[in-house]
Design a protein around this ligand. Sequence first.
Ligand code: NAP
Length: 244
Amino acid sequence: MLILGGTTEASRLAQLMASRSLRAVLSYAGRVETPRSQPIQTRTGGFGGAQGLADYLRAHQITHLIDATHPFAAQISQNAAQAAQMTGTRLIRLMRPAWQPGPGDNWRDLPDLATAAQMLAGPPRRVFLAIGRLHLADFTSQPQHDYLVRLVDPPDSPLPLPNVTLEIARGPFDQATDLALLRRHRSDLIIAKNAGGAGASAKLSAARELGLPVWLIARPALPEAETVSDPAEIMDLLHADLGV
Ligand code: NAP
């Protein structure tokens, strides 16, 4: 089994695989300096596109490819779908459902980060930009705002925005922590990817508590794939396939 990881769900699946002594490898892109330690073998770094991944699947005689990457990691999911097709490997996507608004939420769904950046034109605001590190440059067109940015590792180069309050922390986060963070920064808006799952949802309940608006970026389209949302379902599928 090869698990494409970088998510809480992938780590949970690795635990389940280890508890059944299954031979599985967990793959990281290598974006985080010190990933969590795992109870199964890990590897780090890109494969070299769909072809490189297909080569890896063949070389390591992978029978099941589990795409447990983040819902916004569209390139690797595309590669996984292609590589699975090229090699005839069974592909299962493990992906948490998108967040849905509930009573008291003041959410606005946006198609992408570029739209969010355009909509920020106007007087200065205090924005919790909860989008990770890679796409901060999309907001350079709106330097007038005071941004709160939370990252797992301290950045190794200056961030592309002039007014940033930086918070270094690794999830999962709880509501009390996120309430305190939003109050400390005096945020008046949250911009976040609709990642789904529990580990990053505290900011949404904190926003509800404070009556703050949230702009949620919709997930990118991914190729068709058999999809489950719970790591335990993968174990059931493997049991049906392999009797393990
Ligand atoms: P991406 O744009 O979909 O992928 C870019 C390239 O990174 C891929 O083409 C692949 O390189 C390599 N890659 C991505 N995930 C990999 C994995 N698990 N193992 C080996 N190589 C991988 O991905 P991204 O959005 O930069 O995300 C990178 C990683 O961070 C993913 O593993 C994802 O689960 C995790 N993550 C992403 C987000 C997010 O918001 N995007 C949030 C939390 C965690 P090659 O083509 O060379 O194989």
